[in-house]
Ligand binder design. Structure first.
Ligand SMILES: *[C@@H]1O[C@H](CO)[C@@H](O)[C@H](O)[C@H]1NC(C)=O
Ligand SMILES: *[C@@H]1O[C@H](CO)[C@@H](O)[C@H](O)[C@H]1NC(C)=O
Ligand SMILES: *[C@@H]1O[C@H](CO)[C@@H](O)[C@H](O)[C@H]1NC(C)=O
Length: 251
C-alpha cells in the first residue's frame, strides 16, 4: 500500500472511531439511525441558520423550542424536526457516520442517514398514510384535480404542522361550509356546494387516488391530498362533502 493510501485509511479510521453518537440529551433520547430521502423527507421541518456550527444540542434545542417531539440530524449539518415520522425508512446505522460540523466528536447522521431523537417519550404517528373515508358526518368524495373550487379557509387558522383530516373538516364545519379539501399534507380549504342533482359538486373532477398520497403533517397515518399546482404538476386535493350533500342515503 502507498503511504498516501495508508494515511487516508488512518484518517478515515480516526474519523469513524472518534465520533460518539449522543444517546441522550436533556429529555431527548436517540431512537437510532434511519434512512431518508431528499424527495420524501421523514421529518418535514428544516431548521436553518446553523449549517456552519450544527451540533446535536443545537438541533434538538431548536426542535424543542418549536414544540416538535421528533428531531434528527443528517449529513453532518442538517437539522429536521416533526410531529410525525412522515416516511419510515429502514434502520441504517452505516449511513450515520459524519461528524457534526459544530462538534467533531459528535455524530450528525450522514448521506440519507438521519440520526433520530424522540422527546420525552412523546407518542408519534408514522406513515405510510391511508385515506380517511369518513369522519363524523363527512365523507371523502374523491381525489380531485386542483381548480378554483375552494375559495375559503377555516376561520381559526390551522398551522401547517398541526394539520389532520379531522381538524380541517371540523374547521370548515365551524365556518359553516359543507365541502372541504386538503392538500400537500398541510393545507385546508373550504367551500359551500349545492347539489344540482348530479351529485357532483360544480367543477370537481376526480383524478387517480394515487395523486393524493401526502401524509398529514400532524397524523402521518392519514392522507392529506397531493402536491399543489406547479410546473408540470396538475395539483390534487382530497375533497370531502357532508352527508347532506347527497340526496340518497350514501352515508
Ligand atoms: C451558531 O451560528 C449561528 C449563526 O452564525 C449563531 O447565531 C449561533 O449563536 C451559533 N450557535 C452556537 C451555539 O455557537
Ligand atoms: C462536543 O461533544 C461532546 C460529546 O457530546 C461533548 O462532551 C462536548 O462538551 C462537546 N463540546 C462542545 C464544545 O460543545
Ligand atoms: C391518526 O389518524 C387515525 C386515522 O384517522 C386515527 O385513528 C388516530 O386516532 C389518529 N391519531 C392521532 C394521534 O390523532
Amino acid at each position: 500500500m502507498f503511504a498516501s493510501q495508508l494515511a487516508t485509511v488512518f484518517v478515515l479510521a480516526q474519523l469513524v472511531l472518534s465520533q460518539t453518537p449522543v444517546f441522550q440529551y436533556k429529555e431527548w433520547v436517540s431512537i437510532g439511525c434511519q434512512g431518508d430521502s431528499a424527495t420524501a423527507r421523514a421529518l418535514h421541518h428544516l431548521v436553518t441558520g446553523f449549517s456552519a456550527n450544527m451540533t446535536v444540542e443545537i438541533c434538538l434545542d431548536a426542535c424543542a423550542a418549536a414544540g416538535f417531539p421528533l428531531g434528527g440530524l443528517e449529513f453532518g449539518h442538517e437539522c429536521f424536526c416533526g410531529n410525525t415520522l412522515l416516511y419510515v425508512y429502514p434502520q441504517r446505522d452505516e449511513n450515520c457516520f459524519l461528524p457534526c460540523v459544530g462538534n467533531a466528536s459528535e455524530l450528525c447522521g450522514g448521506p440519507d442517514g438521519l440520526s433520530l431523537y424522540q422527546f420525552a417519550d412523546t407518542p408519534f404517528t408514522t406513515g405510510p398514510p391511508s385515506p380517511v373515508f369518513s369522519y363524523k358526518n363527512w365523507v371523502l368524495w374523491a381525489c380531485i384535480d386542483q381548480g378554483p373550487e375552494f375559495p375559503f379557509r377555516p376561520l381559526d387558522p390551522i398551522a401547517d404542522d398541526e394539520m389532520s383530516v379531522g381538524k380541517c373538516l371540523d374547521g370548515c364545519a365551524a365556518a359553516g361550509h359543507n365541502a372541504a379539501g386538503l392538500q400537500n399534507g398541510q393545507s385546508c380549504f373550504c367551500n359551500s356546494v349545492v347539489n344540482d342533482g348530479s351529485e357532483q359538486p360544480d367543477g370537481w373532477q376526480s383524478t387517480d387516488n394515487s395523486d393524493c398520497q401526502k401524509p398529514c403533517l400532524d397524523n402521518a397515518t392519514e392522507t392529506c391530498g397531493g402536491l399543489p399546482q406547479g410546473v408540470g404538476i396538475e395539483g390534487a386535493i382530497s375533497a370531502y362533502v357532508t352527508c347532506d350533500f347527497f340526496s340518497n342515503s350514501q352515508c
